[in-house]
Design a protein around this ligand. Structure first.
Ligand code: DCT
Ligand code: MG
Length: 399
């Protein structure tokens, strides 16, 4: 099926890099010079990072710190911990002592002191303090609802609200449609989506889109394209070779899903992409392509091996978050590269383009500032080539 094709491309090869061919978790040889540090780049797009993370104990701790800084709007510190976690994720074994990370990029004094605590005590006092902090706990809880961002969470926290029932019983709070849906399907949406569920959704979208236009192109992106077993949603790119036709593709798909009775929520954003305005385009966090953020009703009977759900669930279906993006075909490669992630990989691709190549990369274009020209690409590899980067396979982009 189409999914197997997508996954063939995205399937992690059994042993991805270096010396991972062993049953036990690899560690750095005792007393040996640990990593060939000179070979670890500060840019995630110059590292190969599979889904295998040998240093989860450290990267989980860093993620808590990063989130805590993010919620307090300390962007620099947040990014520093995300970068540090990303570097540790590419290592071929468990870090056993600080000597193992000597010379690695992006690991500063603060990150090292956290690692030292974990190495010595198995835990970090600083991380535990954050985890038990009321503000952190409440903001994490509130932002876990679909449609609730850090700003809204902060507002509710400041108003003295601490729980979902506080929010739902507070008369002065008006939830928008997205947030109402978020609460309605909270349990389902906060449960991880399995690869089998992603595959089932792929088949559903594939059927819908090909019934609309037989020459449609559908690609799995996001974490599942990178070979992840679980995700928080399923991301797809969908387009057609017929330029301009992609504009009505999503509305047509949405109609069909509605007719099939599986559309629980839809936030559709029409394209604001205009190629003639590209040179003046300022940097956008999100791209300008037509997209929709959906919640679909997925039946267990469609999923090989059944739903990834609690045993007591007898409904026979679950709600799942699905994102569809529809770029024009001539923007396909840039959009695919941008939507495959990881976020850190994307961030560093752009940073690398800007600072090492004087180029600008986003989900729409690659622009050479020294030559003042747009660089054409029909595949992701073309973009890596333009940037003078070794090609990194999707399953090696889990930075
Ligand atoms: N993306 C990005 N920058 C963002 C948000 C998203 O570059 N601020 C890209 C990278 C991943 C892709 O879009 C899909 O986003 P998510 O679904 O949030 O990420 P994911 O890697 O698919 O993670 P998950 O498995 O949790 O869905
Ligand atoms: Mg995703």
């Amino acid at each position: 099926s189409w999914f197997t094709d997508s996954m063939r491309e995205g399937r992690p090869v059994a042993v991805e890099t270096r010396h991972l061919v062993q049953d036990t978790v690899p560690t750095f040889p005792e007393g040996a010079t640990p990593t060939p540090v000179a070979t670890v780049s500060q840019y995630a797009c110059q590292r190969r990072t599979s889904t295998e993370n040998y240093n989860k104990i450290f990267t989980d701790a860093f993620e808590v710190l990063a989130e805590s800084y993010e919620l307090s709007e300390f962007e620099g510190q947040c990014l520093a911990f995300r970068k540090a976690a990303s570097v540790l994720k590419c290592l071929p074994g468990v870090v056993r002592c600080l000597g193992d990370i000597r010379g690695l990029p992006c690991l500063g004094e603060h990150t090292k002191s956290i690692m030292e605590d974990i190495l010595q005590c198995g835990r970090s006092f600083e991380v535990e303090k954050i985890l038990s902090d009321e503000r952190y706990q409440t903001l994490k809880l509130f932002t876990s609802v679909f449609g609730v961002g850090p700003k809204t969470a902060e507002k509710w926290y400041r108003a003295g609200l601490r729980s979902f029932s506080d929010i739902l019983t507070e008369p002065s709070i008006h939830l928008n449609r997205m947030q109402q849906t978020g609460f309605l399907h909270y349990k389902d949406i906060s449960r991880a989506v399995s690869k089998a569920e992603a595959r089932a959704l792929g088949n559903i979208i594939d059927e819908a889109v090909h019934a609309i236009t037989p020459d449609a192109v559908l690609a799995l992106t996001g974490g599942f394209r990178r070979g992840k077993e679980f995700g928080h949603d399923v991301d797809f790119l969908v387009t057609t070779p017929e330029l301009g036709r992609e504009k009505s593709l999503l509305p047509d798909i949405i109609d069909r899903l509605k007719q099939d009775g599986i559309l629980l929520y839809c936030d559709y954003q029409a394209s604001t992409f205009d190629i003639s305005k590209l040179p003046s385009l300022r940097f956008e966090a999100m791209d300008l392509f037509a997209k929709c953020f959906l919640i679909l009703r997925l039946k267990g009977s469609k999923v090989e091996g059944g739903l990834n759900s609690a045993a007591e669930d007898h409904r026979g279906w679950r709600a799942v978050r699905v994102d569809l993006v529809s770029p024009p075909m001539d923007r396909y490669a840039y959009a695919l590269l941008g939507w495959t992630g990881s976020r850190q990989f994307e961030r560093d691709l752009r940073r690398f383009a800007r600072f090492e190549r004087q180029m600008r990369l986003d989900n729409h274009i690659l622009y050479d500032k020294t030559k003042n020209e747009f660089l054409a690409a029909t595949t992701e590899k073309d973009i890596f080539d333009h940037l003078g980067l070794e090609y990194i396979e999707p399953w090696q982009r889990n930075a």
